[in-house]
Design a binder for this molecule. Structure first.
Ligand code: HEC
Length: 85
């Protein structure tokens, strides 16, 4: 298997920032709990969101799982919250 969470996540950097640390209005993904991440992705698949509803359907549950683990492991910009998984 060649793909991994980091590779999949490179498709998210344009909006969510490197390592999921957003610099702009889009929410950061770094340090997000894996369960919440997966929950949000499932909601987007069923039409929630303005932009993510067009992106999330491209990912199956195995890929969402890899992304969830990748982002949960990324340090947050405000290091106070790092390690809160
Ligand atoms: C074109 C810009 C764009 C790209 C690319 C993008 N996102 Fe998003 N993302 C958004 C926006 C905007 C929101 C806020 C919800 C909405 O309006 O859809 C969001 C919200 C989210 C949320 C919810 C965050 C929260 O705190 O509720 C998750 C999870 C997420 N995105 C995951 C991803 C993943 C994983 C990828 C890459 C596979 C990705 N996004 C790529 C724009 C983007």
């Amino acid at each position: 298997m060649h793909e991994n969470g980091a590779e999949l996540a490179s498709a998210c950097t344009a909006c969510h920032g490197t390592g999921g640390q957003s610099q702009g209005a889009v929410p950061s993904l770094a340090g997000m709990k894996a369960a919440r991440f997966s929950e949000r992705m499932q909601a987007f698949k069923t039409g929630d969101g303005t932009i993510m509803n067009r992106i999330a359907p491209g990912y199956d549950s195995r890929e969402i799982d890899m992304l969830a683990r990748y982002f949960a492991a990324q340090p947050t910009a405000t290091s106070d919250e790092a390690g809160d998984k």
